[in-house]
Design a protein around this ligand. Structure first.
Ligand code: MOS
Length: 725
């Protein structure tokens, strides 16, 4: 029985579609109070006066917390130093919180808090901030990294591409808003939080409130989309716990949609200067990728757009440079394929421009610069099958039928364009732990403090445990999203599957070993006295290989132990493979667009993508991830754009009506597949991550298709109709 690799339907699907799955905003308590955050209306300055008398006098209002009456936090971090002073560092910064018996009363009270400010000039001009910009690291990787001699490489180049590409600020906009329910029991804190990282929330809350980590429990059994904004602890999480302590009651804070734009992170704006040098026969001689991206004045965050350039193509002379520009905006954060989505857009459009300059097919140009090793360290990849992705993708898409001439392909009155790009995302993995418990009732419980953010975690944990234990999937229950479970990483960086599945596999193997030991040592067992390798365990039954007709169930065995469950636990972590190899996933994406030449309207009737991500644990949930990523890529290319009012620093389109994301009518046929070669150099299950790679490259493939259709190169995303006319 092999369950790994089967398209098992989501084991939590029924709970989700029937509404039985409980999300953070749905948790409640008998004495609950509701918190509503008051936000600043200026981008920079000080609160001169805050008048709460009217608000506090409203019926049902329990308290209004302001910097004047709020307890000092024992270990405040800058962004989480909430209501501790009168400083305002961005528009819509939390400056007070109204707490009431009902949500309605809390909203009314929040509206009635009167604030006057002493305003000081805000840093809101991205370009004006360039001279004062500085470098920063991303996930411990330096922002600047170079090898060879780029100037020499450019000097020897026969052709050069030298262009600037820009991407706007974007907001994650998951369907489920951020929500936190906090309850104190003495100095014990329980929090239901919409988070991708229960252990991260536990760690931060324990630090901010000066508590041992064991005093804080964080739960998040289901998350309605995260995409990075739920990977951090933002102000509302700490405010909910502060408010609950202040009023000595459970408090719930649910952000409304406008509050999802500003205080909970965003993909920062990027300005990317790409310079490529190449020989006449298409070999890259130099790449320079210089990135400016905004951060906030409170914290440093780097959008690592130059990083994919470090791994994509064979080139001896490469310089990647990152600069961050502090602005009076909310701190940016990770957003699906942070850095890589924006960076592959610029690099892969520049490659398309190079292909046109050289009159070489864009796919051929990629193959001419293919690398089997990390171009900087020269280390081999744990596994790389990008050539197969290119060839399969091209075949499925019909790339060979493309006429390279812009504006040459038509469908009636519509211009048709075909574009392609390479996709990549780092293969990340960190330590993770899990348990697998055989229960007296015949069920198997598998637990890990990982997260279900739509990634299919419940389902693939079930599959890996079922595979090792040889127990039907119907008998397995999976548990995630609770900081009392074994520690697991934040569900981010496309690393949950790659990190947690080896732990589940090891825990299940340990449970199996303990079960066989127990049987061998049990005088009443059919396996008593046998050597462990003479025993088989299948379909929940133990038997000797020599006498498969004489079996007993693990339920019988556990019953004779007085019902004591058999539990295997394991922690797994990456080993020397992390330094011996380079570890990245790759893919090839092909897009067709049709463009109305009179209206500039762009449609994307079809996309074909082939991924190289190691082994798929579940092709069904994997397809969801790939398709979701590709939809985000279309969105990056054509739709998303946060408008910041240049004088107030306020998000002007902080709603789902004016912040455009694709709807069903915007998305055509998406054909995804994977090479599905187990990457056994990377981990014991052979799987790399799949959550983010789909967005990378896709923006460029669509942009390149728009150029092919129209002959017009738009280098500033999103490509909206006005930019084509
Ligand atoms: Mo993701 S942006 O690593 O949650």
């Amino acid at each position: 029985m092999t369950v790994i690799g089967e398209p098992l339907t989501r084991v939590d699907g029924r709970l989700k579609v029937t509404g039985a799955a409980k999300y953070s905003a749905e948790f409640t308590a008998s004495k609950i109070a509701y918190g509503v955050i008051v936000q600043s209306t200026i981008p920079c300055g000080r609160i001169a006066r805050m008048d709460t008398a009217e608000a506090a006098g409203l019926p049902g209002v329990v308290a209004v917390m302001t910097p004047q009456n709020t307890a000092k936090l024992s270990s405040p971090e800058k962004r989480l130093s909430l209501l501790q002073d009168d400083a305002v560092n961005y528009n819509r910064q939390p400056i007070a919180i109204a707490i009431a018996e009902s949500l309605h009363a809390a909203q009314s009270a929040a509206d009635m808090v009167r604030v006057t400010y002493d305003q000081t000039p805000a840093k809101l001009d991205f370009y004006a901030g360039f001279p004062a910009s500085y470098t920063f690291s991303h996930n411990n990787e330096p922002g600047d990294m170079s090898w060879g001699d780029v100037n020499a490489g450019l000097a020897q180049a026969a052709v050069r591409i030298d262009q600037i590409y820009t991407t706007p600020i974007e907001h994650h906009s998951p369907m489920e808003p951020h929500a936190t329910f906090a309850e104190w029991d003495g100095d014990q804190l329980i929090v239901h939080d919409a988070t991708q990282n229960v252990f991260g929330v536990r760690q931060t809350l324990s630090r901010v409130f000066g508590l041992p980590e064991g005093n804080v429990r964080v739960l998040a059994p289901f998350i309605g989309g995260g995409f990075g904004c739920k990977g951090q602890v933002w102000s509302h999480v700490v405010l909910a716990a502060m408010a609950a302590r202040h009023v000595n009651r459970p408090v719930k804070i649910v952000l409304d949609r406008p509050q999802m734009f500003g205080p909970i992170g965003a993909r920062p704006r990027t300005h990317q200067h790409l310079t490529l040098g190449a020989t006449n026969d298409g070999k890259l001689t130099a790449i320079r990728h210089e990135v400016h991206a905004n951060t906030s004045v409170l914290e440093d965050y780097l959008e690592s757009s130059a990083f994919p350039t470090r791994v994509m193509y064979a080139c001896e002379n490469v310089a990647t440079v990152s600069r961050i520009v502090p602005l009076n905006l909310g701190t940016p954060t990770y957003m699906r394929a942070p850095g890589v989505a924006t960076g592959t857009y610029a690099l892969e459009v520049a490659m398309d421009e190079l292909a046109y300059t050289l009159q070489i097919d864009p796919l051929e140009l990629r193959l001419l610069n293919y690398t089997d090793v990390d171009p900087h360290t020269k280390k081999p990849f744990t596994e790389k099958s990008l050539r197969e992705c290119y060839s399969r993708g091209a075949e499925k898409f019909g790339w060979s039928r493309r006429n390279p001439e812009p504006r040459s392909m038509k469908n009636g009155s519509q211009l048709v364009g075909w574009g392609m790009a390479t996709e990549t995302y780092p293969a990340n993995r960190i330590a993770a732990s899990a348990f697998v418990r055989l229960l007296s009732n015949g069920r198997v419980l598998v637990g890990s403090g990982s997260e279900e953010i739509g990634n299919g975690m419940y389902t693939i944990m079930t599959q890996v445990a079922a595979d090792v234990m040889q127990v039907p999937v119907e008998l397995i229950d999976a548990k995630v999203g609770d900081s009392t479970l074994p520690q697991a990483p934040v569900a981010a960086g496309s690393m949950s599957t790659a990190s947690v599945m080896p732990a589940v596999k090891a825990a299940a193997s340990e449970a199996r070993r303990l079960l066989i030991d127990a049987a061998v040592g049990d005088p009443s067992s059919v396996a008593h006295g046998a050597a462990p390798d003479e025993i088989e365990f299948r379909d929940g039954k133990i038997f000797r290989k020599s006498t498969p007709g004489r079996t007993e169930t693990f339920v019988e065995l556990i019953a004779r132990r007085g019902g004591k469950p058999i539990e295997g636990a394991a922690q797994t972590r990456p080993g020397e493979e992390l330094t011996k190899f380079a570890h990245h996933s790759f893919g090839a994406v092909f897009a067709e667009v049709s463009v109305d030449p009179d209206l500039g309207m762009i449609r994307v009737p079809r996309i074909v993508a082939v991924f190289d991500v190691g082994r798929l644990i579940n092709p069904k949930t994997a397809t969801n991830q790939f398709v979701g990523g590709i939809v985000w890529g279309v969105s990056l290319a054509l739709h998303e754009d946060t408008y910041i009012d240049p004088s107030t620093g306020r998000v002007a389109n902080a709603n789902l009506g004016e912040y455009r994301v694709p709807v069903n009518a915007d998305i055509g046929d998406i054909d995804v597949s994977a090479i599905d070669i187990p990457d056994t150099n990377f981990n014991s299950v052979g799987a790399r991550g799949i959550g983010e790679i789909g967005i990378t490259g896709t923006g460029a493939a669509v942009a390149n298709a728009v150029f092919h259709a129209t002959g017009k190169r738009v280098r500033d995303l999103p490509i909206t109709p006005d930019k084509l006319l």
